[in-house]
Design a binder for this molecule. Structure first.
Ligand code: ATP
Ligand code: MG
Length: 563
């Protein structure tokens, strides 16, 4: 029993369960999600959110939301707001107040002074280029800075003057006196503080020196009593430094956080770095961070994704130790699975052609009752008007159809969904040779549910013409043309953009029940896919996004490449 259960645990859960068993931190489990407010969150962050908050829930622990705001030149309050909104939308609640690394600036500064007093830090007057040249290579030990042997008093005085704003940006840094010959480059006297005269989104102009990520992160974890500090693999070689700093400050009676790395999520046909996403936004390749083609949480939301589908996807892909690329089809599979359960079925004709039922009375309108969702009988039924003039999908009629075409063609019969069997008697073309109107007769004896039932090969969706409402529909394709946008390092990712990722169709015809649909409402347009009302939609002009087509494009190979 025990063994069977532990088999299904991922490696992080295993670590946590071992720690609980050995009572390393008693019964405490505390994780955190630490975004930098320098852009919008993407689906990779969603993975990290689901993982961290999921572990907090599973082990009855706590999860903090902490903004890692140590670089005021790139960070903004608007990003804080967007991130908070995204985490909430995904369905997670953080413990207590939102935390900020900037809450700890004072404590970090005090620790830096202690480091100096213990001879563990020094002010280096060199420029960052010189410092990185002296760092050496993993094979070659670094060269010690000429300022490394400064006295404690001199360091204290210079650091205070840095703090007071006496020196320009980049003129000095505070460095840890660690190990210039360590095989781990991170330990070669890393920078702890830099000078940056830049207004911070929370602390304003109070500070002009800011701690580096490495000097701030572990300490913030420690201050908050984080037990398991989960981050992505690129921080693996920072772990010795994370521990080096903690060794110097941690009180053995307090919880000591443990850094654990997992593989970041990469998705096919997209890019997943905030820097690149920002570039797409700034250079106008997309309409904004929430463009429905973006892999951002706000983009996915606008496209019609549900939080449940993203959480299920995150659960499905699991936690890996090696980098890989996940097929975006798996994300779409999770979405379809959820939308199939919850999305009301409606009829919408994207490329309409008029169909006239010649033997149907001119002034008659009848009402057809249709199920809202066969997957959810509690969703009830609705009534749709039906009459002599309707719209059908242009591709559902062929002048000269092949044998296997089970839709409409001259002298062929089909059923209109929920209504009657009709037979095509004739059609008319316009001056360009396009089909302008299709003429049919209907058999009044064949009404769905009540009339006689005859076998016909196809069932078409339709919308009654006089009551139809017009809509704009936006159809999206992949934003990039290749699966692995990072495969060729020599190609700029922007050259891989799919030039046809957005197609706008106007004058689509929708059933009248959609007149009251609101942004983010989701529907299955029968036979056409899942669609969601866009935020650009107004009373005067309805706008829908196609969320996903109906067909499952997931080919069961969910990892397409190990990289
Ligand atoms: P990016 O590299 O995409 O710009 P980042 O890592 O700089 O993102 P942060 O705001 O620092 O962004 O990330 C917050 C948290 O989300 C970190 O713990 C980070 O490890 C995690 N994270 C970022 N990208 C991914 C990803 N693709 N998959 C899983 N977790 C991720
Ligand atoms: Mg980062």
């Amino acid at each position: 029993m025990e063994a069977a259960e532990s088999k299904t645990l991922n490696f992080i859960e295993q670590i946590i369960e071992e720690d609980l068993a050995s009572q390393k931190n008693g019964d405490l489990i505390c994780t955190r999600f630490p975004p930098e407010p320098n852009g919008y969150l993407h689906i990779g962050h969603a993975k990290s959110i689901c993982l961290n908050f999921g572990l907090g829930q599973k082990y009855h622990g706590k999860t903090n939301l902490r903004f890692d705001d140590t670089n005021p030149s790139k960070e903004e309050d608007k990003y804080v707001k967007a991130i908070v909104e995204d985490v909430k939308w995904l369905g997670f609640n953080w413990d207590g107040d939102i935390k900020y690394t900037s809450d700890y600036f004072n404590q970090l500064y005090q620790w830096a002074i202690e480091f100096i007093k213990k001879g563990l830090a020094y002010v280096d007057d060199q420029k960052s280029e010189e410092i990185s040249l002296q760092r050496g290579t993993p094979q070659k030990p670094g060269i010690m800075s000429p300022f490394r042997s400064r006295t404690i008093e001199e360091n204290l005085e210079l650091f205070e003057r840095m703090y007071k704003g006496e020196f320009p940006d980049g003129s000095r840094v505070l460095r840890a006196k660690a190990d210039m010959s360590s095989p781990n480059m991170q330990l070669r006297d890393p920078v702890m503080y830099r000078i940056m005269h830049s207004t911070h989104h929370r602390t304003g102009d109070l500070w002009c020196i800011y701690p580096m990520y490495d000097f701030a992160h572990g300490q913030s974890d420690y201050i908050e009593g984080i037990t398991h500090s989960i981050c992505t693999l690129e921080f693996e070689n920072h772990r010795p430094l994370y521990n080096w700093y903690l060794d110097k400050i941690a009180d053995s009676k307090k919880v000591r956080p443990q850094q654990i790395e997992f593989a970041r999520l990469n998705l096919s046909y997209t890019v997943m770095s905030k820097r690149k996403l920002l570039q797409l936004v700034e250079e106008g390749n997309v309409s904004g961070w929430d463009d429905p083609r973006m892999p951002t949480i706000s983009g996915l939301r606008r496209r019609g994704y549900t939080p449940e589908s993203i959480r299920n996807f995150s659960e499905r892909i699991g936690v890996a130790k090696r980098d890989n690329i996940i097929d975006v089809g798996l994300l779409e599979f999770s979405l379809r699975e959820h939308l199939n359960k919850i999305a009301p079925r409606v009829m919408a004709v994207l490329d309409p052609v008029k169909l006239i039922i010649t033997n149907y009375p001119k002034d008659k309108t009848e009402f057809i009752e249709l199920e809202n969702n066969p997957e959810d009988l509690s969703s009830g039924t609705r009534e749709l008007p039906f009459g002599r003039e309707i719209y059908i999908e242009r591709e559902d009629f062929l002048e000269d159809p092949p044998k296997k075409f089970f839709r409409l063609g001259p002298q062929r019969e089909v059923r209109l969904k929920g209504a009657y069997i009709i037979k095509c008697e004739d059609f008319k073309k316009d001056s360009e040779g396009k089909i302008a109107e299709v003429y049919c007769s209907y058999d009044p004896e064949t009404k769905s549910g009540t009339g006689i039932s005859r076998k016909v090969k196809g069932t078409l969706h339709w919308v009654s013409a006089p009551q139809a409402i017009d809509a704009e529909i936006r159809i999206y394709d992949r934003l990039f043309s290749v699966e692995d946008t990072a495969a060729d390092k020599d190609i700029d990712f922007k050259e891989l953009i799919n030039p046809n990722s957005l197609q706008i169709i106007n004058h689509c015809k929708l059933e009248p029940s959609l007149a009251s649909a609101k942004p983010e409402d989701k529907f299955q347009f029968q036979r056409m896919g899942y669609f969601c009302v866009d935020k650009d939609s107004t009373k005067e002009k309805l706008v829908f996004n196609r969320t996903v087509p109906l067909k499952d494009g997931w080919n069961k190979t969910n990892i397409i490449a190990n990289v």
